[in-house]
Write a protein of this length. Structure first.
Length: 181
C-alpha cells in the first residue's frame, strides 16, 4: 500500500500504511515527532551526538516493529522506543567508560555544554549567562536518579501529559505524579 503525497493523508492512514511496511508513510510520520524524541534523548543522555544516535536507532527499531503498534498514542509509543534506546546507550557507556579529551577544562573536569540553547544573536554577556544557566540545569538534572529524571524530562521539559508519560515509561499515572513531586 503506497501513500499518496497529496498533503491530505491523515495520521491514521499513514500509521496503517506504515504498519504494512510502507517506509514512505513512516518517514512522513516521523517529522511530527522528531524534535520531541530528540529532546527526550538529550534530556536522558546529556550528549547531542549520543542523543542523535539513540533516536536514529530507536526509529530503525520502531519501523521494524511498527506492525506491533496498536496503541492510541503514537507519540507515547515512540517516546517509549526512544527511552529504551537511551537506556541501551547508558548501559553501553557503563561498559565503556571514557571521557573525550576535548570536553575537559584546565583542571581536568568534564565540561558539560549544549550549544543548542544559546541564541547566536545574543550579546556575549547574555550568551555567557545562558550557558551558565544551562550548565547548572543539566548538572542538577543529571544528579537525579534516572527514574525521576525521565519523568521530569517527559512532562516538564517535553510537555507530555501525565497519561502519555505513564504510557511511555510503563508506570501508573500516580507514580508519574509522585516522581514529579
Amino acid at each position: 500500500m503506497k501513500v499518496l503525497l497529496n498533503g491530505h493523508t491523515s495520521e491514521t492512514e499513514l500509521i496503517q500504511a506504515a504498519q504494512h511496511g510502507d517506509l514512505e508513510a513512516f518517514n512522513l510520520l516521523i517529522p511530527r515527532y522528531q524534535n520531541l524524541l530528540f529532546g527526550i534523548a538529550l534530556g536522558l543522555l546529556n550528549n547531542e551526538d549520543a542523543a542523535a544516535d539513540a533516536v536514529q536507532e530507536a526509529l530503525i527499531s520502531a519501523f521494524r516493529k511498527f506492525d506491533t503498534f496498536h496503541g492510541v498514542s503514537l507519540r507515547s509509543w515512540l517516546a517509549r522506543v526512544v527511552i529504551n534506546a537511551c537506556y541501551d546507550e547508558i548501559r553501553k557507556k557503563r561498559r565503556q567508560r571514557s571521557v573525550s579529551l576535548d570536553r575537559l577544562n584546565a583542571e581536568g573536569d568534564e565540561i558539560e555544554t549544549s550549544y543548542w540553547l544559546v541564541d547566536p544573536q545574543a550579546n556575549p554577556e547574555v550568551q555567557y549567562e545562558s550557558k551558565e544557566l544551562e550548565a547548572a540545569i543539566q548538572k542538577s538534572l543529571h544528579k537525579l536518579p534516572s527514574v525521576y529524571r525521565i519523568v521530569l524530562v517527559l512532562v516538564d521539559v517535553q510537555g507530555l501529559s501525565y497519561e502519555e508519560a505513564a504510557t511511555a515509561t510503563s508506570i501508573p499515572i500516580g507514580t508519574v505524579k509522585s516522581r514529579l513531586a
